[in-house]
Design a protein around this ligand. Structure first.
Ligand code: SF4
Length: 331
């Protein structure tokens, strides 16, 4: 695959803490709407040699429209496979070349702005990754809300995982709640039900694979009932991951308050205990609060870049940056 996208991309800003995560805003095709953010990150206290995480955007903005996410305010189409891989190469090229060959776990997350199953180029990029990082340290991760109508994508993803990533692939469902009505509010695009997630994940997970992760970004007034998880999902195939709701501008506007990292954190310990007693692996992912300080949550970096550009354009007496794109219905 050519590196045309690398030559056409512009790195507009890089910010963050090199000991946690650095976020880049990258513009493709000379078009502000075709901006993405990608993250060159670590998992403290592990060193980069032990674990290195490169998190890329799978779409220009995101058409799903989750009410707590800054990426949801604009959608401008899909990057090509080359543009997806250009983000990976940006992260790799910031560090000594030998590190990509010797890193014990180099995870490429298709998990930043965008819903990967809505961009078929994600499959092409995942297919190509082992040629860029030809070591057993390479891991591939995809986080999805599992929109309906994408069965073909997920079947191809299974085939790809079987061929190239057995034991080194992580599928994560962004479930958000155990209540389907809450899920409809939090994921405002038609998506698989809990039962459909359970059925697909059970078949996706093969011996030797990492369990499929059920991710819940716990917010106040959003139902999280461990009994529903126990009744619906098989702990032989699924693990549960509880994360904070990231402090985004849209989340604040919509009044979302995180449960984790708040004084209410203790209330979910009983739910965790209920799951572990029923053989579920539970990851309580508090994260590193420095991530919030560097603005490394979905959509934040592009939003800040756009706001800065608008301010500059107004100061110069010119306009010309757009902040809204085609809506979900125009997909
Ligand atoms: S949380 Fe993910 S799926 Fe939802 S709008 Fe943001 S990027 Fe899209």
């Amino acid at each position: 695959m050519s590196n045309k996208a690398d030559r056409a991309m512009e790195v507009l800003r890089v910010e963050g803490d090199p000991e946690v995560a650095e976020v880049a805003v990258i513009r493709f095709r000379g078009d502000d709407g075709k901006s993405v953010e990608c993250v060159d990150g670590l998992a403290p206290p592990l060193t980069r040699q032990q674990k290195w995480i490169i998190n890329i955007s799978t779409q220009f903005g995101c058409p799903v429209g989750c009410p707590f996410c800054d990426a949801a305010f604009a959608y401008h189409g899909n990057p090509t496979a080359d543009e997806l891989l250009a983000q990976v190469r940006w992260g790799l090229d910031r560090h000594p070349a030998e590190l990509r060959n010797t890193c014990e776990k180099l995870k490429v997350h298709f998990a930043r702005m965008g819903e990967p199953s809505l961009n078929p180029s994600c499959l092409e990029a995942a297919e190509e990754l082992p040629n860029i990082i030809p070591t057993k340290g390479l891991w591939c991760c995809m986080a999805t809300v599992a929109p309906t109508g994408r069965d073909g994508f997920f079947q191809q993803l299974y085939n790809l995982k079987e061929r190239l990533y057995r034991g080194r692939f992580q599928l994560q469902f962004s479930v958000q709640s155990t209540n389907e009505q809450d899920r409809n509010r939090l994921i405002p695009m038609s998506h698989w039900s809990l039962n459909e997630l359970a059925e697909f994940g059970k078949n996706f997970h093969e011996p030797g694979d990492r369990k499929v992760v059920l991710n819940f970004a716990l917010a106040h007034d959003v139902e999280f009932d461990p009994e529903v998880i126990v009744d619906t999902f098989d702990p032989a195939h699924f693990a549960a991951k509880l994360t904070p709701v990231n402090p985004t501008a849209r989340g604040a506007e919509q009044g979302f308050q995180t449960v984790l990292r708040s004084e209410h954190e203790k209330t979910i310990q009983a739910a965790c205990d209920a799951l572990t007693e029923r053989d579920f692996d539970v990851v309580l992912s508090i994260g590193d609060e420095r991530e919030d300080e560097v603005g490394s949550n979905c959509g934040q970096a592009v939003r800040v870049e756009r706001e800065t550009s608008v301010r500059q354009a107004l100061a110069n007496g010119s306009v010309g940056i757009h902040t809204e794109g085609p809506t979900r219905s125009q997909l």
